[in-house]
Each structure stands twice: as C-alpha cells, then as structure tokens.
Design a protein around this ligand. Structure first.
Ligand code: ADP
Ligand code: ZN
Ligand code: ZN
Length: 743
C-alpha cells in the first residue's frame, strides 16, 4: 500500500482556456488517484474562480511550487485516455512558446469544438442502409416520379455491403427519402458504431496517367526520403501535375499502412480534392474544415485519431489533427496566406506542420506554382529539396499572357474592346471565360451627387460596400450591415450613385451583354451556404460555354478544363500596396488566376488589363514568369533587411480610446528598449492603416532581427510587460510572430 501511495502523483498542471500564459496546479484527490492513472492530455473538471472549468492535464507531478494548502483539488476526471496525444501535446507546447500564446488557448484550439465543451471522445452510432429483397429487385423506373427516392435507392443498390448515413450525406442524398423507402419496405436500416465501416468509401474508377519525366523524378525523390524528416518544395507551374505526384507518393505510403494529412487552403477546394482522391484510393478519407457541423468534425477527428482514416483532407486547423500512423504531410498551395491564422492564436499551419513532421521524423511535401518567398529561400539555401515541374502535364500548354493597355481607351463596364472581342470569340468556340476581379459586392463606394457624402462604417475607418442583390451596405472589415439607402442622410438628395465596381456589378452587366450565356459568380457571397461551391463547380463542369466571375477564391487550385480565356480586370490592384509583401501577393494572384486558362487540351490565353503596362513587375511577370520575379523580389528583400532574411514579430494593441494603445506601446518601448540585444531592431509604435476597426483604435510595434533567439527574448519581455500593464487598462494586445500583415 505504501508503495502505491508513493508512486501516486498528487499534483497535476492543467491548461485552461483563459488568456493567461500559465498552467494551473491542482491536487488529485486520493479517491481518484487510486482508481485512475492520470495522464497528460486527459480532460479534467477543475474549480476556477467562482465556477468550474474543463481543462487539459499537461503534466503530472509529485510536487508543486505553490503552498499545498492553497491548491484546490480537481473536481472530476473526464477521460479514460488522453484526447491530446504526447506528440500533439509537445507540438502545442512548442507552439505556445514560439508564438508567445497562452498554452490553454493553444491546447483548446487543437481540440474539436465538442471536445472543448466536454463531449465524450467516443464514436456515436449511425444508421446503415441496406436493400430488402424487394428493394433489390425493384426497378428504379418505378420511382421516376420521386427522384430523391430513386437516387437513394440507386445508391444503396450499388452498395451491397450497406450505405452509411455518413456516406449518404456525402453523396448529398435526402435523408427523408430513406425513411419513405423504409416504409415502402424497400430499405432496412441497422445501427452501427461510426467506426465500424465496411464500405464507407466510394469505388475506385480511375486509372492513373503515365507520369512524365519531371513528375517521375519528383516522385522518386520523395519516395527515397519517405521514412525520414525531409521537406520538399514541389514547385510546379499550374497544371503541371503536382497533385499527380503526391497521389503516387501517397499510394506507396498508404500501402505501407501510413496515414496522410493533406492540407488545402480553402474549404471550396475540399470537394474537388476529395473527389480526386476517392477516384484513386480504396480507403477511408475524411474531411476537416469549418463548414462542417461540430459533430461531423468530431467524427472526422475520431476516425483520424483511431487510425481508421488513412487520408485526412483539411484546412488550417487540421494541422492539429491526431493521426497515430502519420507518414506524410502534404501542403497544397503552400504560399496561401489562409494557412496563417490572423486572429487570436496566430500560427502558421505550414510552419507548424513542418515542426510536427520533424518531431515525427516524416516527410513534408509543399506544393505550389507560386511558392512563398519563405519557402523559395529555404529551397535556395538547400534546407528544402527543390523539385521543379516546368511543363504542363498531358497535352496542355502554358497560357500566353498579354497586357492590355487601358490608357486613353474607352471602356464598356470596365472592359476594354480587346477583352470583349476575345470573350465573344471564346464563347463562340463553346469555351469558358474567367473574369477575375478581387472585389466582391456591387460597388466599393456609395456617394451623394449633391453634397459628396460617402457611406462609411460607423465602427471602422472604411467605406461601406454596396450589395444590391442583398439590398445592403456591408462593412467588409467588421461585418456591420445596414439596409441600402436611396436618400442622402446629409442633404436628403436622392441622387446617390455608386463608384467603382465589384463582382456583383460585373455579373449584372455581363448578363446584359451576353444574354444567352450562363454566368456564374464565385465569391464569398455566392458560396456562403454549405455545398454552394460544390454546386457551382458542378455547373461549371456541366456547361461548355460560360462566363465565370470571381475573386481570389477562383485563383486557388481549381481545375476548370474548359476555361481558355482569363481576363484580369485590374492587374494594377496590388502594385502600389504599402505592405512589403504586396508585390509577392500580386504576382502569386495573377499567376494563379492566369493558370486557370488552358489546363486541358485547348490552349489558354490571359489578358491583363493595366494602366501601367511598362511597370517592371507586370512586364517581368508576363515575360519571364513567377520564378524570375520572385528571385528579383528576394534580392530586394535582402537588401532592405526584410523577411525572410530577417525574422519579424509584430505586437498589436487596440483600445476603444483614441490614443491609449499608441501611448501604451510607446511607454513599453521606452521601458524595455535599453534591455534588448543590439541585434533587435524596433519600428514604431505606428498606427494601423485602417486605424479604427470595429470601434477599436489600433497601433503596432515591429521588432526584427537576423537571429531568432534575441527576438524571442525581446518578445518575451514585451509580453510579460504587457500582461502586467494591461491589467489596469482596457487594452487588448496580441503577439504576431512571423506576421504576414504588417499594418
Ligand atoms: P497541378 O496540381 O499541378 O495543378 P494536376 O495534378 O491537377 O496539376 O494536373 C492537371 C491535369 O493534368 C489533371 O487533369 C491531371 O489529371 C492531368 N495530368 C497530370 N499528370 C498527367 C500525366 N502525366 N499525363 C496526362 N495527364 C496528366
Ligand atoms: Zn447629400
Ligand atoms: Zn466596419
């Protein structure tokens, strides 16, 4: 007995979802310690302040630095086994240190929402559908007047081992139809635990193409390094068959029993990626993104954590998905800024994934046609392998990029005559046009003709965007929405007019110019509803002739084989950005959008409308391509001591009071600067470009250094200083390590 007591650990360190950079000590009551083995990663209920909270054990220890009489006992143990594995716990601890973020918040971020709320980490049961004898022999034609039932019955007939409720929802089948079919005696159901699959997945239909030389070399290279930590940058022009390369690598690793995490930047891409994978792999694939219900996400998480799911496709937060046999992480469109979380816990999923792979000793594959300057630098400095694909796969060719000089030309709804003529010809050939304009809504400004009044947001220093279809004025920065007005609030004039154009306006105008042609708009407004994107993509594939209008959503990795003409309405949009990353982003966006043209057999053509056709950036991009552009850009970054050659941290502060945030940062700089290493350079505090956002006045201070260590040291000091000082003020602050936005 005494031996047992000696080995009992009477204290636990618990992470709680609170904005404090610390762990909390609790005692383990003997009754619990005797019956359970407490391990890091298990959830516990603990008293906190006047209430109780759910927390996660980070460490179990036989001592505490605090006075034992002051330490409260935990209330109850929530799990039989850890919900955060040792591997993920280490990753969370690293991330909390690296990003100077509260550990509790990091750990809770790593869990699906339902687990944060206390749901059991167990599989639920779901219904499986089978045909009855009658259902097997019933001909589908008998149900021709009930198409939903027909679809459902057809799907179940095609799955002799049963169709899960989950699979039915993935196939977009109506659950109601199943009920009716059951009543008719055509189907029967059987509850099964969610992980007891059978055939959850679709049938493999596709025969893989023969790889070209470049693809083969890249594939072999990664396969050679598949059992160790190794980062490869798969730098392939749009349509060069990058996906095909990682499909081959995945195939081998799945055969070896490994799980694979594939990260994509945009929810809209998951259906396309899923379909492509399902056509190739006879294995369980799960999705993980924010457009799923909380329960669906927990199901996916459990399937991954239990090792059932062999392939996990997810957006940013999937970087934390548990996978006990993880053998490879693929990051598609690695340059995409949506991998960086811009609020709260500001981590970069790519960097985190690389860290994770290093700890697991597995490879990472970064794919992009326009690699980030960070990854290119790593490739140039030989920290990453640099695998180049410079040919388009199959019979496709790189599209021709042509500048259209807008100076002095008369435009029709923002289109040059050349653009309109090319569009007409393209549509006559029964092909598709993609019009790119990175501005959603009808118009960015509403103005009064009589007094010059402009509709502005009450809470931010920006104008409200006009959304005609929704009949609203909308702030794209704080989400404030108001009814669209037709009378000036200043002078009561009814002569309000819009300035500038957004995708909604282009859509309206093109529908008058091209009456017979289907016009599909793809932006955040048109794809809000679940599966809206999937439906739009389906429509795009159904029609031969069509005009697609979209924002940057369209730039991300989509494969529309019949698009042969791309029109970039405003190539100048990002040329004069005040952010040093402006040029990199512009080049990526233009190259990616241009890359949607001519991805199949037909040749593609890209028109860039510009008022600055001789601007070196536009010229370089059109004539020499992205790699050349980026290498020039990197030389400039180096000469200016900017990232990725210098490391950067930005500290942001915001307050409802106009000067407070600025003053606080200023005092901090004065207090701490004498203690910083000489290798740390400070700029600021300075006001954000949009000073006021959602009612908060925002100021920033930037730190940079060629070395990580002194930078982290300075950041640590600032964080501690701010935690102390903001206790009295109502000022919020945030630490942004490796920021992508600097204003
Ligand atoms: P990327 O990911 O580089 O944009 P994809 O892998 O999507 O390119 O390939 C573009 C198109 O070319 C796809 O339709 C794909 O099936 C096809 N493809 C890829 N590799 C080959 C190949 N070796 N031979 C023929 N077609 C290919
Ligand atoms: Zn007015
Ligand atoms: Zn606003």
């Amino acid at each position: 007995m005494s031996e047992v007591l000696l080995t009992l650990s009477p204290y636990i360190k618990v992470a709680l979802p609170v904005p404090m950079r610390t762990l909390f000590d609790y005692k383990v009551p003997k009754a619990i310690a005797l019956r359970h083995e407490l391990k890091p990663g298990m959830r516990v209920k603990v008293p906190f302040g006047k209430s109780s909270r759910l927390g996660v054990i980070v460490a179990v220890s036989d001592h505490s630095e605090w006075d034992p009489d002051q330490i409260k006992p935990l209330t109850s143990l929530h799990d039989k086994s850890p919900v955060i594995s040792a591997e993920l716990m280490a990753l969370c601890e690293w991330a909390a240190r690296y990003y100077h973020h509260p550990i509790g918040d990091v750990i809770f971020h790593a869990l699906p929402i339902l687990l944060r709320k206390g749901e059991n980490a167990e599989f639920r049961t779901e219904n499986w559908w089978f045909t009855t004898e009658k259902g097997q022999t019933t001909s589908l034609e008998q149900l021709s007047r009930a198409p939903r039932q027909q679809d459902f019955l057809k799907a179940v007939q095609q799955h002799p081992n049963g169709l899960s409720q989950h699979a039915a929802s993935v196939l977009d089948l109506a659950p109601n139809a199943a009920k009716i079919l059951e009543e008719k005696g055509l189907l029967r159901k059987e509850p099964r635990s969610f992980n007891k699959g059978g055939e959850r997945h679709a049938h493999v239909t596709q025969i893989p193409p023969t790889l070209n030389m470049e693809q083969m070399r890249a594939t072999e290279h990664i396969l050679d390094y598949r059992h160790q930590f190794h980062v490869a940058l798969l730098d392939g022009v749009t349509g060069s068959g990058k996906t095909e390369v990682f499909l081959r690598v995945m195939e081998r690793l799945i055969d070896e029993g490994k799980q694979i995490l594939v990260m994509v930047p945009e929810i809209g891409l998951t259906p396309q990626t899923l379909k492509r994978f399902e056509n190739r792999f006879n294995t369980d694939i799960v999705l993980m993104h924010s457009n799923m219900s909380d329960r669906e996400r927990l199901d996916a998480w459990l399937l991954a954590a239990s090792g059932h799911a062999k392939i996990i496709i997810g957006t940013r937060s999937a970087a934390f998905i548990p996978a006990p046999n993880l053998g490879l992480i693929v990051i598609d469109e690695e340059h995409d800024t949506s991998y960086k979380q811009h609020e709260g816990f500001r981590y970069h999923a790519r960097d985190l994934a690389i860290k994770r792979a290093q700890a697991l000793n597995i490879p990472v594959l970064l794919a992009s046609a326009t690699p980030s300057y960070e990854s290119l630098t790593n490739a140039l400095q030989k920290r990453f392998a640099w695998l180049k694909l410079r040919q388009r796969a199959g019979n496709a060719h790189i599209p021709k990029m042509e500048r259209v000089d807008l100076r002095g030309k008369s435009l029709v709804h923002g289109f040059s005559e050349q653009a309109l003529v090319s569009m007409k010809q393209c549509l006559e050939r029964k092909e598709q046009v993609l019009v790119f304009l990175n501005r959603r809504g009808y118009a960015p400004t509403l103005m009064c003709h009589q007094c010059g009044w402009i509709a502005a947001c009450d809470h931010c220093d920006v104008n409200l965007t006009v959304h005609k279809r929704a009949n609203k004025l909308h702030c794209h920065h704080c989400d404030t929405q108001k009814a669209l007005i037709h009378t000036c609030p200043e002078c009561q004039s009814e002569e309000l007019f819009t300035v500038g154009e957004g995708t909604e306006q282009i859509e309206t105008q093109l529908s008058t110019l091209f009456k017979e042609v289907p016009i599909l708009r793809i932006d955040r407004d048109s794809t809000q509803r679940k599966s809206a994107m999937a439906k739009l993509t389906q429509k795009i594939h159904e029609h031969d002739q069509a005009i697609l209008i979209g924002t940057q959503m369209l730039a991300k990795g989509h494969h529309f084989p019949n698009v042969t003409l791309v029109i970039i309405m405003d190539a100048d949009a990002g040329l004069f950005s005040s952010d040093f990353r402006g040029m990199e982003r512009t080049a990526q966006l233009i190259t990616q959008v241009a890359g949607r043209a001519g991805r199949a057999k037909k040749p593609g053509h890209v028109l860039l409308q510009t008022y600055h056709p001789d601007h070196t950036a536009i010229e370089c991009l059109c004539n020499l391509g992205y790699e050349h552009f980026a290498i020039d850009g990197l030389a400039e970054r180096k000469s200016l001591s900017l990232p990725p050659f210098y490391h950067q941290v930005i500290i942001r502060a915001e307050s409802g009071n106009e000067q407070e945030a600025m003053q606080l940062l200023s005092t901090m700089r004065n207090d701490l600067e004498p203690y910083f290493s000489k290798d740390v350079f400070l700029v600021g505090p300075y006001a954000a470009i949009i000073v006021r956002k959602a009612g908060q006045h925002r100021a920033l201070i930037s730190l940079k250094s060629a070395q990580r260590a002194p930078l982290h040291q300075a950041t640590q000091m600032m964080t501690e200083w701010l935690e102390q000082s903001t206790k009295q003020h109502r000022i919020r602050f945030a630490i942004d390590v490796d920021p992508l936005e600097t204003y």
